[in-house]
Design a protein around this ligand. Structure first.
Ligand SMILES: *Cc1c(COP(=O)(O)O)cnc(C)c1O
Length: 374
């Protein structure tokens, strides 16, 4: 937790649950991502934390933006980003949203099917398009499903079709899965897409851009490679496969840009043993899967949770709602103080990404968590 967040928690009266977020940390993350991979343009994945102070800071630093919807595009514009700096990166877009983005001047559109390509051609004539390739998500804590991406063969046909539809076949993209804990998935993906660059070149289409997506991890409880290691591995793979004919490179960090900038403060609602003889207590917090901890599904993201000092014992952690899937951690061993009781506060660390944007609207009457940007 940054000193600013610590000072806020120590000195302010706040209601829980809330996110306390140090915007300056985002500037630091932006600079270290840029230093790790200076050849790449940074397109911040807005969904990780779409709050205005975050978008305004990044727009001021000259970041570009990966937006998934018209409201995200409009939030970026409102924050001072230029339309030229925005990529409409969702492969699933409403025709009306494409037309509105095009009218705003957004230049770049993702797709992975002929149907979407035709939709883009009809609503953003002349736009630059890039095709998302499905790649191995080995090493990702949150692998992506089969929902996105297409094969190299299919992408080849689609890029050829793009030109025929009056679009600019601009590049390719992939996403190696989120909280990607190794560099191998990037290296394998780069090797794969490089083949299609070559192949399309001999078919008369010179692609200009490779979008390497997001996935860069942060430290929750286990160590992860430094951002620099990803940068080095990626550049090594790029020069190995593209020589000195490098395409424009884009990265779309979400978690790595905002994750370590925020802490969630939560109140303990109940501590009990489900059976009197159970060693393990159940700790129910005022935030759970529906309050924004959606990434704990399958216990994929294992946040560090702290609650004062003293001897600890094993716990399961759950949220406050009446839905039985609202369990945060039941299989992963968690330990909290034996003294912990209802009314106490706990802190959920490195919670700046994917919490506010996942919080549900008044499920069981619980309002989305408050947000404090410092
Ligand atoms: C969510 C998303 C990202 C960001 O992923 P992180 O793992 O948070 O870095 C980047 N690109 C696309 C297309 C996404 O959907």
């Amino acid at each position: 937790m940054t000193p600013k967040v610590a000072a806020f928690l120590a000195q302010s009266a706040y209601e829980t649950p809330c996110l306390v977020f140090d915007v300056e940390q985002v500037a630091e993350n932006f600079h270290s991502l840029r230093a790790a991979l200076p050849a790449a343009k940074i397109y911040y994945a807005v969904k990780a934390n779409p709050a205005a102070p975050v978008l305004e800071l990044l727009a001021g630093l000259g970041s570009c933006f990966d937006a998934a919807s018209l409201p995200e595009i409009e939030a970026c514009l409102k924050a001072g980003a230029s339309a030229a700096s925005i990529s409409f990166g969702n492969t699933i877009k409403k025709a009306s949203a494409i037309a509105a983005a095009h009218a705003h001047g957004v230049p770049l559109y993702a797709f992975d099917s002929i149907e979407e390509l035709e939709k883009i051609a009809g609503n953003a004539p002349g736009a630059k398009v890039y095709c998302r390739i499905v790649v191995d998500n080995i090493g990702a804590q949150c692998p992506l499903s089969r929902k996105f991406g297409t094969t190299l063969d299919r992408a080849r046909d689609l890029m050829l079709a793009a030109a025929g539809l009056g679009l600019v076949p601009h590049g390719l993209s992939f996403h190696v899965g989120s909280q990607q804990t190794g560099t191998a998935a990037y290296e394998l993906a780069i090797a794969r897409v490089a083949m299609l660059f070559t192949d399309l070149k001999s078919a008369g289409i010179e692609l200009k851009m490779l979008n390497l997506g997001g996935g860069y991890p942060i430290r929750y409880q286990e160590d992860v490679p430094e951002t620099d290691q990803f940068g080095t591995a990626i550049m090594h793979a790029m020069t190995e496969h593209f020589g000195n004919d490098l395409p424009d490179m884009l990265i779309e960090p979400g978690r790595a840009m905002v994750g370590n900038a925020g802490v969630v403060a939560s109140e303990v609602v109940l501590v009990c043993r489900r059976m009197p003889e159970d060693e393990r207590r159940w700790v129910y917090l005022d935030i759970g899967r529906f309050g924004g901890l959606a990434e704990t599904e399958g216990e994929a993201i294992r946040y560090r949770i702290t609650a004062g000092a003293g001897p600890t014992g094993p716990v399961a952690v759950a949220g406050p709602t009446c839905d039985s899937v609202d369990i945060v951690y039941e299989k992963t061993p968690y330990f909290l103080p034996l003294e912990l009781q209802s009314g106490d506060h706990v802190l959920i660390h490195d919670a700046g990404a994917y919490i506010t944007s996942y919080a549900s609207q008044n499920f069981n009457g619980f309002a989305p968590l408050a947000e404090h940007y410092l």
